[in-house]
Design a protein around this ligand. Structure first.
Ligand code: 7TS
Length: 414
């Protein structure tokens, strides 16, 4: 039976935990405390049920069939595009391209836009806190074109050095590609300012929104970025699906990245002409069920309200930070003024993986390691951190359990 999303103004955040059955299980003999939301968030039953119903009763391939089921699947698939457009306030639904996730979206831009627009000596500006997904595709494009990667440094508190960024910008800057919220530090970057400065220098921008889309209201037209990318699985949706938003005039001028069915206009052995945007970038049978799942996830998040989610998470982060600060020997990596949902920390005498393993034995799921952001680990001179990352369905009890777990672990090392 399908459940309606909880009305948060009536029910309060603790009520919504019942939408996430995964949270009420025992792990290693303890009630689960899930604090690995930056890696992947959990899926509410409303989204799981919607995907299940599609598979049971509605499945067919899209864009090809004259028959009713195929037409319905196409309608759902395209309605999801419209839903995503409205959710991020993009100007046109054709600016929404389906990909397999943030990584895939960046690879698409680096290959399609980068390989056509970069030449010898052109510059791509990244930051020291990027996820590898926003480093490696640009390096690969730079190797092929002779472009050069420049890096905005990070201050001791984990913020971008905006003055250094201004100095890096030049007429040679072709692309500025920046993480919105750091998955390793939690820093919220001033993306509007970064985009404005890039545009003044004549550069194009990409914002990696993998960690921002689940936590705050995103208004693409207000940020005015040229590209914005995110993954469904970090916002209560399914894995293997994500979005590339791009300004229409840029997408229209970009060549396809992958060839195959659906992305063509006419094919002969001599020549192929291509379909219009966004279909030009969606070769082959697409992730139909996943698009419907993301659409349902957006309905779920919207019913709660992104502003309410942001406020809830800020309150939890503030509480967690204050409680963690009381633990002797704990050192935060990343203490930006403007920080969201991620708490990364180290102890001098406890390795992160030991801490993570002992926490897991107590049913507490955190992530340890370099978080696919090795350059920022090097910047702070640590091989790894322990990272607790929060979602709106976490509560103070989860944080109290984390603190207890850390104190228990510490007792082994003293
Ligand atoms: N960019 C950022 C900022 C991310 O946090 C991640 C995933 C990605 C890109 C890649 O997303 P994907 O969906 O294509 O894999 N971050 C993490 C993390 O912090 N722990 O596991 C995955």
């Amino acid at each position: 039976m399908e459940q309606a999303a909880v009305n948060i103004s009536k029910a309060g955040f603790d009520e919504i935990r019942k939408d996430f059955p995964v949270l009420s299980q025992q792990v290693n003999g303890h009630p689960l405390v899930y604090l690995d939301n930056a890696a992947s968030s959990q899926m509410p039953v409303q989204v799981a049920d919607r995907i299940d119903r599609y598979h049971r009763f509605e499945h067919s391939n899209v864009h090809r069939g004259i028959h009713t089921l195929s037409q319905k699947a196409t309608d759902y698939y395209e309605a999801a595009r419209k839903k995503i457009q409205v959710f991020i306030n993009a100007a046109d639904e054709h600016e929404i391209i389906y990909t397999t996730g943030t990584t895939d979206s960046i690879n698409l831009v680096a290959n399609s836009y980068g390989l056509t627009n970069f030449s010898e000596g052109d510059e791509v500006i990244l930051t020291e806190m990027e996820h590898h997904a926003n480093i490696v595709p640009w390096q690969m494009a730079a190797q092929k074109t002779g472009a050069i990667i420049k890096v905005i440094p990070v201050t001791d508190s984990g913020e971008l050095d905006i003055e250094a960024y201004k100095k890096l910008l030049s007429p040679r800057t072709k692309m500025v590609s920046v993480i919105h919220i750091s998955n390793a530090l939690g820093t919220v970057n001033p993306v509007k300012e970064i985009v404005d400065l890039a545009h003044e220098a004549g550069a194009v921008t990409l914002i990696d929104g993998a960690q921002s889309i689940p936590h705050q209201n995103i208004d693409i037209q207000d940020i005015d970025t040229d590209f914005y990318v995110f993954s469904a699985h970090k916002m209560c949706g399914p894995t293997g699906f994500g979005i590339l938003y791009g300004k229409k005039h840029l997408l229209d001028a970009m060549p396809p990245y992958r060839g195959g069915g659906d992305m063509i206009d006419k094919v002969t052995f001599e020549e192929t002409t291509y379909n219009e945007v966004p279909f030009r970038f969606e070769a082959g049978t697409p992730p139909i069920a996943a698009s419907i799942g993301l659409s349902e996830a957006i309905d779920y998040l919207s019913a709660i309200g992104m502003d309410a989610i942001e406020a809830r998470e800020s309150e939890l982060v503030e509480y967690a930070e204050a409680e963690l600060r009381k633990i002797d020997g704990l050192r935060f990596i990343g203490e930006a003024e403007n920080r969201a949902s991620v708490l990364s920390f180290v102890f001098d005498h406890i390795h992160a993986s030991d801490l993570g393993t002992i926490l897991d034995k107590q049913g507490i799921a955190v992530r340890t390691g370099h978080h696919c952001a090795q350059p920022i680990m090097r910047r702070f001179n640590v091989p790894a951190t322990t990272r607790a990352s929060l979602a709106f369905y976490n509560n103070r009890d989860d944080i109290d359990r984390l603190i207890e777990g850390i104190n228990y672990t510490k007792s082994f090392f003293e």
